[in-house]
Design a protein around this ligand. Structure first.
Ligand code: EPZ
Length: 422
């Protein structure tokens, strides 16, 4: 398992290009199951999670070619509808094939994704909503066995909780259903919006895009005429690099970014003393005399994203004072805390709140990555820790950050990828 060796203490400078959004590309790739034609999706990040989903679609019978951030895919030849455990267990977002497969074929089996490091990650809201559309769904031998032999019917669905992939699954299901589907209490993340726009541009009558109530007039199993797609920038990758600039107190510029999607992150960094220059698709962060402590609470978009909680916990170790960070979406998203403490951070956990006392000098050590965003927090801490920090099990990072070590080195960091046979 590879690791990253980071020599701390370097100031960063220059520019970094933000890749396409992993969490937009995943539902978009799943939605191609609804397409009657071959289509191209551009600006896809070359990360493991994308390759996993492309492999799943290939296993179902799709023909695909993924290279240089572009996917050409033809799903018209899909002739299987079982998403097996061996692939779903490696990436829970595989659940995104459930809605489109069921809508198109009237039957499918998808392995239950199971939990992951950050929590139990149930899919009950996906299943409850699909049942409202006439699906018969059983859980048997660890698989979701779904049947809608006469096709899905438009339904009136209220999500008890905002769920990003739940909303995405039901938008895709509603697109091919017979009749009108109304989804209420929808997630409104930019990734959900892009999926809705792509399905609208493929000829489906969707209203309420970007609001918490989406109405879809289904095509009654008529496949869709997709246009080529360009994936939106990855707002969490962008936020992570802003934190790299902040934690090293450097001036760096992010290119190919959507400033609107990272407003809550920029605002939080401004409250910590940083200043910014914002252009159409570019954001520059400037250093501050003193990093101020922060109080933040994670919540659904457009509020502060849970996917940035670990990175801000690392940053807060360098702020002067007491910070409090509350995690409201996942029950176990503090796996990075013990590892940050190994670097010398002064952090206490009290139920869903971490308290970080700074400014603490960090010292390089061996640390273990546990999940995608926790791993990025350890890399950020390594950028300022004295000496060498080695982050082990960086396959977690490779799931969602494209060329992280190369991009950081281009900014002046000293990061070495160590391939190990273990
Ligand atoms: C998406 O996961 C993202 N993944 C996650 O990013 C992100 O952390 C999360 O949304 C929250 O923003 C992708 O988009 C591929 P949810 P998702 O359904 O859809 C509960 C990353 O780092 N819930 O919005 O799985 C759930 O337990 C990943 O890129 C149910 O109870 O998250 C959680 O508490 C990590 N029942 C809350 O809702 C359900 O059926 C939000 O989950 C579904 C969700």
């Amino acid at each position: 398992m590879d690791s990253l060796e980071i020599k701390g203490g370097k100031k960063l400078s220059g520019e970094v290009k933000i890749s396409g959004s992993k969490n937009s590309a995943l539902p978009l790739i799943a939605s191609t199951i609804l397409s009657k034609n071959l289509l191209n999706i551009r600006n896809i990040p070359d990360v493991v999670d994308i390759k996993t989903l492309v492999k799943l679609l290939k296993m179902l019978g799709a023909e695909e070619n993924f290279s240089s951030n572009q996917l050409k895919i033809d799903t018209t030849k899909i002739d299987k509808t079982i998403a097996t455990y061996d692939i779903v267990k490696t990436m829970r977002a595989s659940i995104l094939v459930l809605g489109p497969l069921l809508a198109r074929f009237g039957h499918c089996q998808v392995s239950l994704p199971g939990g992951c490091a950050i929590g139990s990650r149930p899919v009950d809201l996906h299943l409850k909503a699909l049942r409202k559309m006439g699906a018969v769904i059983e859980i048997k031998n660890g698989y979701i066995q779904a049947l809608a032999k006469d096709g899905l019917k438009g339904g009136d669905i209220l999500f008890e909780k905002k769920t990003v992939t739940g909303t995405e699954n039901l938008v895709m299901a509603g697109a091919l259903a017979k009749g009108v589907t109304t989804l209420r209490n929808c997630a409104i993340e930019p990734e959900v919006i892009q999926l809705c726009e792509v399905i609208r541009d493929a000829g489906v009558d969707i209203t309420g895009i970007g609001t918490e109530t989406i109405q879809i007039v289904g095509t009654d199993k008529q496949l869709l005429d997709f246009q080529d797609i360009k994936v939106i920038p990855d707002r969490i990758e962008a936020g992570t690099y802003l934190c790299a600039g902040a934690i090293t107190n450097s001036k760096i510029t992010l290119k190919s970014v959507e400033p609107k999607h990272i407003e809550s992150i920029i605002e939080k960094l401004e409250s910590m003393g940083f200043t910014f220059r914002i252009k159409k698709s570019e954001v520059t962060i400037f250093p501050t005399d003193k990093i101020l402590p922060t109080n933040l609470i994670t919540a659904e978009y457009p509020l502060f994203p849970t996917d940035m909680q670990a990175q801000f916990t690392a940053l807060a170790t360098q702020s002067e004072g007491e910070s409090k960070i509350e995690e409201n979406l996942f029950e176990n998203r503090f796996m990075h805390v013990n590892e940050l403490q190994r670097l010398g951070a002064d952090i206490k956990i009290d139920k869903s709140v971490v308290q970080i006392d700074g400014k603490t000098e960090l010292f390089g050590a061996d640390v273990m990555a546990t999940d995608l965003r926790a791993s990025s927090a350890l890399v950020l801490a390594g950028l300022v820790a004295k000496g060498v920090t080695t982050v082990h099990r960086i396959y977690h990072l490779d799931r969602g950050y494209e060329n992280l070590d190369k991009k950081l080195n281009l900014l002046g960091a000293d990061v070495r990828r160590i391939n190990s046979k273990l």
